[in-house]
Design a protein. Structure first.
Length: 218
């Protein structure tokens, strides 16, 4: 009877120590994953529109990442350009290269985020524009020569520029879906926070069940 009492005394401090460590770990996890911390999480989304890239940085609480440092890298990690977001947290730039583009925003105080625009999402409009310009110049020269040799003016119907039409459609679609893309990005951030809080609650639930059965055994 006496030896059991001593053994029990040795077990109780060990249980208390383990319990204290578990509570400390959960408390630290709660502090690190609190809503206040996630409210300042930086998010970024970007997409191609015509021959430009539109990027926007914002925090989970809705504040804009204004005056943030923007850096653009190609698929090999080479820096292509730098810039700064405006007061609305936005930054627009011409497509510098037909490659995967990694866009990063540094808003200071350790707030950084990155987004990759895939090469497949980029338009070939910038390269096609050079070809179209040269073709237009040649056609203009031919038409000019034909006009000089002909005394009778010929009425012509302006042809529809397919590339210009496609560019206008892309701009219209991009403008229409811009709010939707931002909402989707915000929903992803909110979902991540909800998942973390739910996971913490699940851990506390398991801890409570374990303590309940331990209390019953004692």
């Amino acid at each position: 009877m006496k030896s059991y009492h001593i053994k029990n005394k040795e077990i109780i401090p060990e249980r208390r120590l383990l319990k204290g460590r578990f509570v400390a770990a959960i408390t630290a996890l709660l502090l690190l994953s609190s809503p206040a911390a996630f409210a300042h999480k930086l998010n970024i989304f970007a997409y191609a529109e015509g021959n430009e890239i539109f990027a926007e940085g914002y925090f989970t609480d809705g504040k804009k990442a204004k005056n943030g440092e923007v850096t653009v890298f190609d698929g090999d990690g080479n820096e292509l350009l730098r810039g700064t977001t405006d007061l609305d947290g936005q930054f627009t730039f011409a497509i510098p290269k037909q490659s995967d583009l990694r866009i990063t925003i540094n808003a200071g105080m350790g707030h950084q985020a990155a987004f990759v625009v895939r090469k497949e999402e980029l338009s070939d409009e910038s390269s096609e524009a050079i070809i179209n310009t040269a073709t237009s110049a040649t056609e203009s020269a031919v038409e000019s020569g034909a006009t000089e040799t002909s005394s009778t003016p010929v009425a012509t119907t302006p042809a529809i520029d397919n590339n210009q039409l496609r560019s206008e459609v892309e701009r219209a679609v991009g403008k229409a879906i811009k709010p939707l893309m931002r909402e989707l990005s915000a929903l992803r951030a909110e979902k991540s926070l909800a998942d973390i809080i739910g996971g913490i609650g699940f851990i506390f639930g398991l801890f409570g069940i374990a303590m309940y059965f331990k209390a019953r055994k004692q």
